[in-house]
Write a protein that binds this ligand. Structure first.
Ligand code: AQP
Length: 334
């Protein structure tokens, strides 16, 4: 590890097919940040367990998610990619931080409220303490910067609060991290319900998966919910559907929103949807082709996962020694 570089950490749950929300809001930033920082990118399978998963599917999705990371441009020579459950220190630190987190803080989390409503039959303690595990993920590595979408802002805030509280109580232990939120695309909205975030666990037609076939992408976008005033204008408050389509078009075409609005002035929503579909299909094609190729390279993927866990584990081990000492846990050697 290059000690001179600052550290970036981020993760994605293997809880479904990764969406263009994950791509625009997170993965694109990850690719840029790996050039400048020591970057750790994690398939956060322990987080996925807060919602009931099919074990065989979860096992398969962990490897597929890692393959997709690489297909999106993440390079195992430039960063550390691994599976969260392969580094047990995440769960260990999470417990220690749980003892430094207040119920009231966790009760305020909007994601907990949303997911409790969505999974009424399984409001488990893990769902409630999810932000503490996320804090452990980040603090284990002395992370300076955490690239996230808008939805994770509140969780990053609580992570900072826990780190500051711990440092105040026991002396400087954790780096207090900053969020890195993309200027555009930090909250890609659902195609069918543009007032809600696009989620991989949403209804089938509500999201575009990175691996969706061109026909599926075009079909979903044709059904995108817009509004009735017919004007192509960027106004997320008044026109969430149209603004969301413009954001997606901007992310895949690279053209500024202003330029796109000018170009599409006077045209109908059908044309806007076609333009978004074309850009999306073209932008995702190389990722999809690379994914198919990499997925067949089982031994390469295993090696990336094993090597990543070893390197991440070595950093985590150092942090845990410090944390245990600070808390007064008995050392192995007296
Ligand atoms: N719609 C989105 N727009 C922008 N960024 C997004 N992210 C997720 N959805 C959007 C960002 O992707 C990263 C990984 O998120 P995650 O999969 O670990 O969890 P999530 O935020 O709960 O994403 P989903 O798709 O909504 O997952 P499910 O449906 O399983 O709960 C994060 O940085 C997130 O901000």
């Amino acid at each position: 590890m290059d000690e001179a570089k600052e550290i970036v950490f981020s993760g994605i749950q293997p809880s479904g097919l990764l969406t263009i929300g994950n791509y625009i809001g997170a993965l694109k930033s990850w690719v840029q940040l790996q050039e400048e920082f020591t970057a750790l990118y994690c398939v956060v399978d322990l987080h996925a367990l807060t919602v009931r998963q099919n074990p065989a599917e979860l096992r398969r999705r962990c490897v597929e998610t890692l393959a997709l990371f690489i297909a999106c441009g993440l390079d195992p020579k430039k960063n550390i990619m691994y599976c969260q459950s392969h580094v047990p220190a995440h769960a260990e630190l999470s417990w220690l931080l749980n003892c430094h987190t207040y119920m009231g803080e966790l009760q305020r989390m909007t994601q907990f409220k949303d997911k409790s409503q969505k999974h009424e039959d399984n409001i488990n303690a893990g769902l409630f303490t999810y932000p503490v595990l996320m804090a452990a993920d980040i603090l284990l590595y002395g992370s300076h910067l955490v690239p996230i979408g808008d939805d994770q802002k509140q969780h990053l805030e609580i992570c900072r609060d826990i780190a500051i509280r711990f440092n105040n109580a026991y002396g400087d232990t954790f780096v207090v991290p900053d969020a890195y939120i993309p200027k555009v695309g930090a909250r890609v909205m659902s195609i069918t319900e543009p007032s809600a975030k696009m989620s991989k666990s949403g209804e089938e037609g509500s999201y575009i998966a990175i691996l969706d076939e061109p026909d599926a992408i075009a079909r979903k976008l044709r059904r995108a919910v817009t509004d009735s005033d017919g004007e192509i204008r960027f106004d997320p408050e008044q026109k969430p559907g149209v603004s969301n389509l413009l954001t997606i078009l901007h992310a895949f075409s690279g053209e500024s929103i202003e330029a796109l609005v000018q170009k599409l002035a006077g045209k109908g929503y059908g044309e806007l949807k076609n333009a978004v579909a074309e850009a999306c299909i073209a932008g995702l094609a190389p990722v999809q082709a690379e994914y198919k190729r990499i997925l067949n390279e089982k031994s390469f993927l295993e090696e990336v996962m094993r090597d990543g866990a070893e390197r991440a584990g070595a950093i985590a081990h150092k942090t845990m020694l410090k944390v245990r000492k600070r808390l007064g846990l008995a050392p192995y050697k007296l």
